[in-house]
Ligand binder design. Sequence first.
Ligand code: HEM
Length: 447
Amino acid sequence: MRSRSALPPGPSMPSALQMAGFWTRPLAFLERCRDRYGKRFTIRLPATPPFVMVSDPEEIKQVFTAPPDVLRPGEGARVLEPLVGRNSVLLLDEDAHMEQRKLMLPAFHGERMERLTGLMEEVTAEEVAAIPRDRPLALHPRTQELTLKIILRAVFGLDPGPRFDALCARLGEMLEFGDKPISLLPPKPESRIAQAAERVGPFARFLRIQEEVDEIIFGLIAERRAEGGDRVDILAILLEASHEDGSPMSEQEIRDELMTLLIAGHETTATTLAWAFQQLVRERAVLDRLVAEIDAGEDDAYLTATIRETLRHRPVLPNVAPRFVAKQVAVGDWTYEPGCALVANAYLVHHDAEIYPEPYAFRPERFLDSSPGTYSWIPFGGGRRRCLGASFAMLELKVVFRALLGSCELRDCGEGIEVAQRRNITVRPVRGARVVLGDRERVPVAG
Ligand code: HEM
């Protein structure tokens, strides 16, 4: 078929109304558009170029594998710059992106990850023990606290103590600004508003917290550079990393990438855990099988499948980072010109009945005998931007599942299924994954 230019059809209502649908009913809005316009459609939101949602695996492949100077995700993440700094791998494109990515890659190799298991288990055991029992509670705030602590220990390499507590508290406040990135948009430099915004208001408050956070992080980096030693955390590997010309990463680069890993790795993992447990509480057969496997302690095939199914069923980033079209590109039957962005839609491809029969059912068994497809299972995105922390996240999710289901009984609190609510770019269970945890009477394994 001949390639067409212009853009695939999509809703024609005003952009403010499209925004309202996209924001308040994030998943239902996508489904409605697909029902009406098919596997690719264009949505128009205020103050951004048109977004073309693609959900056909072949088109997703073309988006993920396009040359780096043709599709550029970096500029779409600019709004995060106040949090992650300008060296962040999230904000860069082309060679600069690949250079930072290469510096970070060794930290995420499988064997390196394995060495973090003990640390993750220690933090998780403490946090799980502290969750109140036998009353309804929202698990999401708990999983957020847990994943923040895991990042501070395993990525920043902080030991428990006053500095850990101070950073934990300050970062908690700073991350609240990340929920409303618009509040971080500094006004035009040198304007009168900009000068005022640096003294009062949310941006000024943010700057003050950021200063305190930076002081702690730069202090930590200097200390660790001086001390050397043999630590297993990710900071240790960044301190050893060198650019192609042999120079080490600068203090600012290390700070920016530590903050990047925090922003990319904290909320995503916490929300995946929240979705998993609010789903499991309603899936008795899955839960029983999972608990039996965890108790037997021999294999983790069903656990892996359950995590993959959670990420399929509720990908926390339903719209993988938009790729801005910088040069004309053909994807499927369409030719796209600069001025729009292509979005691989994880939620829609994960709910395509031709790929996943009964897509709305939660069935880990789908992943027991077959591995997920590279372009049809995309909770971690793909291509040269694929999530750097995917193996870290899988390890962390497994540690938390084992600790929580090994020691607690998960009970429904009778409040019904939770729909998805958007919070910035992630979607989470609207009431924070409310469940009841009880202490488990563990039956000793025979033999
Ligand atoms: C369940 C948990 C997680 C999910 C669902 C997730 C998902 C994603 C997605 C969709 C992307 C964008 C990929 C693309 O554009 O193709 C991404 C990028 C990234 N993620 Fe994750 N992530 C998770 C956990 C983590 C963790 C734990 C870390 C680090 C400790 C991390 C670090 C990163 C980084 C650094 C990038 C940017 C990669 C680049 O631009 O080259 N993520 N993640």
